[in-house]
Design a protein around this ligand. Sequence first.
Ligand SMILES: *Cc1c(COP(=O)(O)O)cnc(C)c1O
Ligand SMILES: [Zn+2]
Length: 397
Amino acid sequence: MFLKHLECSACGLQHEWSHLQNVCLSCHKPLLAIVDLAAASRMLTRETLATREKSLWRYREVLPLPDDVEPVSLGEGGTPLLRASGSCRTDDIDLWIKDESLNPTQSFKARGMSVAVSMAKYLGATKLAAPSAGNAGGALAAYAARAGLEAHIFMPRDTPRANIIECRELGAQVTLIDGLITNCGAEIARRKAKEGWFDMSTLKEPYRVEGKKTLGYELAEQCAWQLPDVILYPTGGGTGLIGMWKAFDEMETLGWIGKKRPRMFAVQATGCAPIVRAFEAGEKIAAEFPDARTVATGLRVPKAIGDFLILNILCQSNGGAIAVTDEEMIRSAREVGSTQGLFVCPEGGACFAALKLLFHAGKIAPGEHVVIFNTGSGIKYLECYEHRGVSPDGLLG
Ligand SMILES: *Cc1c(COP(=O)(O)O)cnc(C)c1O
Ligand SMILES: [Zn+2]
C-alpha cells in the first residue's frame, strides 16, 4: 500500500490515515487520500494491468488498504464501455456509454463502498451509518453484510421501494425519515457519538472517493489512455466527478496520460440543481437548493459538502453544468432503452437529455468523443417507468 496520509481538500491540513477519520478536524471539509505515486509507479505499470483481475482492486497500488488485508469485494468495477448505436449517435457524436448498472447492487455506489467498507473494517469500525435516498444504502448494506459489520441506513420515506427492500433484505437496520437526504444526514450526525456509528456519508469519510476514482482509471484504460473530449456525469454529491478528476491527476503523475483533460459537465435535475445555479452565477460554493424534487433520487442532494471541489473542476476543465426536467430524463431513458438495449436509471437518462441540449447549444461539436455515465439500473426505479405516457412529475407526490 502506498497511502501516505490524508489531506484536507480545503485547508491542506494533514491527517493520519491509520485511524478512523471523517472530515478535516480544523475546517470540517472533505479529506482526500494522498498516495505515494512515485513508489506506486515502480510496482504498477499500464502493461501489468492488462493481466489482472477485472474488479477495481486491479488498481490496488493506488488504492488504500495494506497489502496483506483482503478487500471486502463483491466483484465491483470492470464495467463495459459501450459504443452507442443508431439514433443516439445522430449528429455524428462519437458517443460511448460507461454502463455502471453492472456493478454489485446495480449501481456505481458499489465502487465507493467496497473501498470505504474495507478501510472502515480494517481500522476497527463495527457499526456503519449512512443517509441514502437511493443506491448508496443498498451498496452499504451489501458490503457491510459481506464484512460482517452492522449497517444503519437513514432514508427519506419516499425513497423508491426497491432501495428500501434491498437494504432490509441485505440485513441493514433501515430508518425512514420524513424529509430529504440532508435531514437523514443530520439525524446520523446527532446520534452517531452515542450509538458508536462510523459515518459513511458521501465525502464525510475519505475512501468512497478512492473507490469512485477507479471510474477514471478504468475509463482511461478502456480508451487506450486517450481521455475523451467530454464527460457527462449525473451529479448529486459529486463523488464520481471529484474521484475521476483525482484519478486523471494521479495518472498524469504516474506518466500514464498527458495533460489533456475532458470537459466535465455536471448534469442535474431542474427540481434540484444547486451546482447548476452556482455555476451559472459564477459562485465558488453552492447554496442549498430549496424544496428539492426529482425522481432521480441520486440527484436529490440539495447541498453537497464537496460543492467547491465540483465547481472548481467544472471551471478548470472548461466544462459546465446543465439541468434537465424529470420528463426529459424519463423520455430520454426510454429512448436509450429501445435503441441501445439498456434499461438506464433516470440519472443516466438525464445525461442523454443533456447531451442533446449541449449539442444544440454548440457546447459539444460534431465528431467529438463523448462519454456518458449510466450510473445505475432502471430496475430500482420502477415507480418512474410504470406509467407509460404519464408525466413522471405526477408521481412525485
Ligand atoms: C448517487 C448517484 C448519483 C450521484 O453520484 P455522486 O457521485 O454522489 O454525484 C448518480 N446516479 C445514481 C444512480 C446514483 O445512485
Ligand atoms: Zn481543513
